[in-house]
Design a protein around this ligand. Structure first.
Ligand code: CMX
Length: 458
């Protein structure tokens, strides 16, 4: 029987939760000012346009994963098929320029993305530093969650551990407690979703690092340093102190945060939250979706696939050898992981900014050379095969190579990193769902028989 390794210093005595209440960054106060303005704007817009038609639905869309149907409102970001993601109207290169950095750093701090995604405003350096402190103060894990992680078998996939630990954190939900006590009105829902979301975002690096150290290491997790930013603390807790790696994580955690509302992790979080399940349960649902190989798990699949490519073609590969390998992948009925996208029709800008980081920091890294070569080869093959609507690389094609360069070799953990970042997008969306009073989600489904009868009458 497998015996789990137990943390010798269980996942920590961080700062007390009462400190959290005292260390407000001003983010909630700013939201409190903005929300009534947006509520009024939406009310006015809806009073004029509630019956305006914004699209039609075809039989293909009903069977085809609802591609392109405009049926969701997500305030935090919009994805353009050609240009890629914009957080609150800003492209990723713009965010790299505008969001505050760590002292001496060049990459944006994800706390700045969090502020932006919640409020629509680029924060100042002081505001971001205050958010870092507030998150550090909220990071305390309840002992039952620390114990539970310590007892998970190391054979349990890190994403399964992650989902389970997030669900177990639900004991901390202020929304669930207030709702059960019937002590909260609908108007206050967003505030409790905000508190739960901030607490969850603060605790996720501790949860993730605890899973990492219990699965792959000695179980010891460093304590949170309130003077450090969210990413630096996360890296320290996982045992990585290289400055370039911390910079990579700041970039990584910023660019994976949000991809509008229709992707599986965002949509699942939103859908479950619409039943007034609290942010812990909603985010656990979203993370279950992220764990699928066609979504977030693709970053793990990419590394696995690249390892197989390397094994087959060696270091001095030729273009022909790579082409053969890609064709064999397709002929054996598998997808090329890291390529294609349901919405994007060009190279994912999240791929491009990771490539730029690699060009700056990775030198002649062999795996990076392979990934660069595949970028030249794979799109033409996918086009020749003629199935994939988008032959270009997505975010997952590049992330593992960067992590591997810094010795982060545990590829089964990669999707957890993606998940920690995704909280910065989908939880602010959930707060806005409650602020706008969006109802329980319930689209209409039809059977094939009912569809046939419907179209026969047209
Ligand atoms: N390799 C091989 N075939 C691919 C392909 C790829 N990378 N991308 C799409 N196709 C195939 C599809 O499997 C589908 O085949 P069938 O008709 O036999 O079912 C066909 O091309 C049409 O699919 P599509 O409309 O282009 O793509 P979808 O919107 O259905 O799916 C995605 C999008 C991402 C699931 C798909 O491109 C894929 O499987 N890519 C590889 C996995 C991956 O990288 N996922 C990560 C996406 C980013 C993220 O969410 O994190």
């Amino acid at each position: 029987m497998h015996l789990a390794r137990v943390a010798t210093r269980p996942v920590a005595r961080y700062l007390s939760t009462s400190a959290a209440a005292m260390s407000s960054s001003g983010l909630k106060e700013r939201l409190t000012e903005i929300i009534p303005q947006v509520q009024a704007d939406v009310k006015e817009f809806r009073s004029e346009h509630d019956d305006t038609v914004i699209g039609t639905v075809t039989v293909r869309q009903a069977y085809g994963g609802m591609r392109g149907i405009k049926g969701l409102v997500t305030e935090t970001s919009v994805l353009d098929p050609e240009e890629g993601i914009r957080y609150r109207g800003y492209t990723l290169p713009e965010l790299q320029e505008l969001l505050p950095k760590a002292d001496g750093g060049e990459e944006p701090l994800p706390e700045g993305a969090l502020w932006l995604l919640l409020t629509g405003e680029i924060p100042t350096v002081d505001q971001v530093r205050a958010v870092s402190r507030e998150l550090a103060a909220r990071a305390d894990l309840p002992s039952h969650v620390a114990d539970m992680i310590a007892k998970f078998p190391s054979t349990m996939h890190p994403m399964t551990q992650f989902v389970s630990a997030i669900a177990a954190l639900q004991t901390e939900s202020e929304f669930a407690k207030a709702y059960a006590a019937k002590s909260v009105s609908k108007k206050q829902f967003w505030e409790l979703f905000y508190e739960d979301s901030m607490n969850l975002i603060a605790k996720l690096p501790v949860v993730a690092a605890s899973i990492y150290k219990n699965t792959y290491g000695d179980g010891n997790v460093a304590c949170i340093d309130p003077e450090l930013d969210w990413s630096a603390n996360f890296c320290n807790m996982m045992g990585y102190t290289n400055k370039d790696f911390t910079e990579l994580m700041r970039l990584y955690l910023t660019i994976h945060a949000d991809h509008e509302g229709g992707n599986v992790s965002a949509h699942a979080t939103h859908l479950v939250g619409s039943a007034l399940s609290d942010p812990y349960l909603s985010f656990a649902a979203g993370m279950s979706g992220l764990a699928g190989p066609l979504h977030g798990l693709a970053n793990q699949e990419v590394l696995q696939w690249l390892t197989e490519v390397q094994k087959e073609v060696g270091e001095d590969f030729t273009d022909e050898q790579l082409k053969d390998f890609v064709w064999n992948t397709l002929k054996s009925g598998n997808v090329v992981p890291g390529y294609g996208h349901a919405v994007l029709r060009k190279t994912d800008p999240r791929y491009t900014c990771q490539r730029e980081f690699a060009l700056k920091h990775l030198g002649d890294d062999k795996l990076f050379r392979l990934v660069s070569k595949l970028y030249e080869i794979v799109p033409d093959i996918l086009l020749e095969q003629g199935k994939a609507a988008n032959p270009w690389p997505n975010v997952d094609a590049h992330s593992g190579v960067l992590l591997r360069h810094y010795g982060f070799n545990e590829q089964n953990f990669y999707t957890v990193l993606f998940g920690v970042s995704r909280a910065l997008g989908v939880l602010p969306s959930l707060v806005w769902d409650r602020a706008l009073g969006l109802p329980i989600e319930r689209p209409k489904s039809m059977s094939t028989k009912a569809l046939k009868e419907f179209v026969a009458k047209l």
